[in-house]
Design a protein around this ligand. Sequence first.
Ligand SMILES: *Cc1c(COP(=O)(O)O)cnc(C)c1O
Length: 382
Amino acid sequence: MTKPITVPLLDLKAQYATLRDEIRPAVDRVLESQACINGPEVAQLEKEIAAYSSAKHCIGVSSGTDALVLCLMALDVGAGDEVVTTPYTFFATAGSIARLGAKPVFVDIDPATFNIDPSKIEAAITPKTKAIMPVHLYGQCAEMDPILAIARKHNLPVIEDAAQAIGSEYKGKRAGSMGTVGCFSFFPSKNLGAVGDAGAVTCQDDALAKRLVKLRGHGANVKYYHDEVGGNFRLDTIHAAVLSVKLKYLDQWTAARQANAAFYTKAIESNKATRAMITPPPIVQSRHIFNQFVLRVKDRDGLKDFLKVHQIGTEIYYPVPMHLQKCFADLGHQEGDFLHSEEAALTTIAIPIYPELSDAHKQHVVNSLAAFAAEKTATKAA
Ligand SMILES: *Cc1c(COP(=O)(O)O)cnc(C)c1O
């Protein structure tokens, strides 16, 4: 008997092992310099992320959540305002809107892509609407052309929640370069991960970039002279140093994720039983970076349990759409308000897609999906 294979959802130790010899000296340099805040590594990373994302400016910040909050502040979103967004996302998207006293106004997703359905946005716009916040979920860009057209027509800024989408493209344009601002997260499980919480904002406009920098440091351009109330949203130097090392490998990692995705998709579609039961993620944009590889399957919980028995890590992104969250009860939503989001919450499951997966890992995943489908088919036939 061969040893059973364990496939975790993500293996950050495997990635670190390949970079230890580069990351340790970079961290050491920061420690020796003790320029822990605003060290030269921060400006260097900002330059690199701006170039990578085809943006004129990049402002390093303390997390993806703070990137969203900071952008909303810089766009003067506050109490009584409304921001149009998707209910099928990580909490930070809607949470950041609510934290500023504004109201998240939800628009259902396109079930084909899990991203906000542009054809439903206009009906959600009111005189109180202050911004549109699409999310590039799982690493695939939202349909930006119609979103940007609606924004132009109503003179609204667009905040791209690109937390899961660094390097992804829509019609050849990079995430974070299309909207008024782009928000990135360097949370460790994102494709480019820091050694803790970190994030970035991209934008094209010089004046807006200045305001973002000011608000990042308590609203002061000159130390201790505060023009307005901002916050402490700074990116730590140590994260910037690590991220610059990792950024050099990001395209290589993305290519590996895409190859893994292609392998899974081909395997699922070439087996009759899996093809009938499991839907791989549709790829409609030119560069999906697969922060997650999310399957659709009716008996989602059954598959989750089955894969657990076979030592394969999975996760549900996300089990409860935002409009049904307890903390948003006062928005007055109920089940049935956003059917596609609710259906996605019940039928989606992420399987391991990280770049360091071995052929044996992937084969074990594919074999287990096939075994699940065969078992289900047999029970149905019996
Ligand atoms: C991760 C994530 C965020 C928040 O980023 P943090 O760095 O964890 O604060 C926001 N939006 C989406 C869609 C995310 O996936």
